[in-house]
Design a protein around this ligand. Sequence first.
Ligand code: MTE
Ligand code: MO
Length: 317
Amino acid sequence: MKKKDIPEIPSSEITPQKVYLSRRKFMQLTAAAGAGTLLAACGVRSPVPAPAREGQDLDSVIYRDELGDPSNSYDEITNYNNFYEFTMDKPAVAAQARNFPTSPWQVEVGGLVHNPRVYDIDDLRAFPQEERVYRLRCVEGWSMVIPWLGFPLSLLLKAVEPTSSAKYVVFTTILDPLNMPGQKSPFYPWPYVEGLRLDEAMHDLTILVTGLYGQPLEPQNGAPLRLAVPWKYGFKSGKSIVKIELAEEMPRTFWNLIAPHEYGFYANVNPEVAHPRWSQSTERRIGESGRRPTLMFNGYSEQVGQLYSDLDLKTNY
Ligand SMILES: Nc1nc2c(c(=O)[nH]1)N[C@H]1C(S)=C(S)[C@@H](COP(=O)(O)O)O[C@H]1N2
Ligand SMILES: [Mo]
């Protein structure tokens, strides 16, 4: 790949009008529903997290993360997406992905394991599903709070039993250029591949996601199966996964292949390590004006900090 052909993650991104409009709609709905009317009036949502119920307008459901911040609305989460297989235009991903076929779907789990197996997506939905309200911090400098539905990846890994030589877990996204127009671009190393160290993959915070807001995942968010690793930049969480492999060697991953000096293997959220083209010290929460400080490990230091006690985080970015 010649240098001039190397695509870049845009250094700036513009919040579409729709995000602001939907936020206003959300506030109106919250107020109208009488859920914390006074709080809604002064811009703070009800502190009561409510699970999504059938027939309920999802934009009126309120979740909070453990820091007390409200979740982004369903409308925001499903209409502002990074999914380069479809388009680089975040507000346009949802429409591009609308008819993407996500059934039937199988996920091959193999490599250095004692029990390799091809799982049907329904087998994976049979793992005990739980809701996790996680922050998602994109390497571009924006963030959201998302109430995922899924299960710890560790449960699946224990089922296939990694061998003693397995050190990494490699996630591969579907290759389907007929249905994914972005995959016709020859300048990207399709399919999208991401990876984790085995101990990162086994960490309880690392989940395989099947839904959000209590609903099945939509294609733009990575249906029918995607990863969520909340202490790492969003690009580590691959969407529409078809293969999970245990490996001995650290894999070359999608963004790392494209621009190794900008996107390292670890990609832990770290406000002190700048991207070569922009600072990572602050972020814009979608739906908010202004910026907020970015937290070390995206606010999950207590849970994951010890995974990196032997690592120089400046050189292992
Ligand atoms: N297959 C695939 N997975 C992907 C991406 C992508 O382009 N293709 N983008 C990543 C990036 S950069 C981010 S920030 C998150 C965004 O997830 P969301 O759109 O569900 O919020 O997905 C990640 N997973
Ligand atoms: Mo991202």
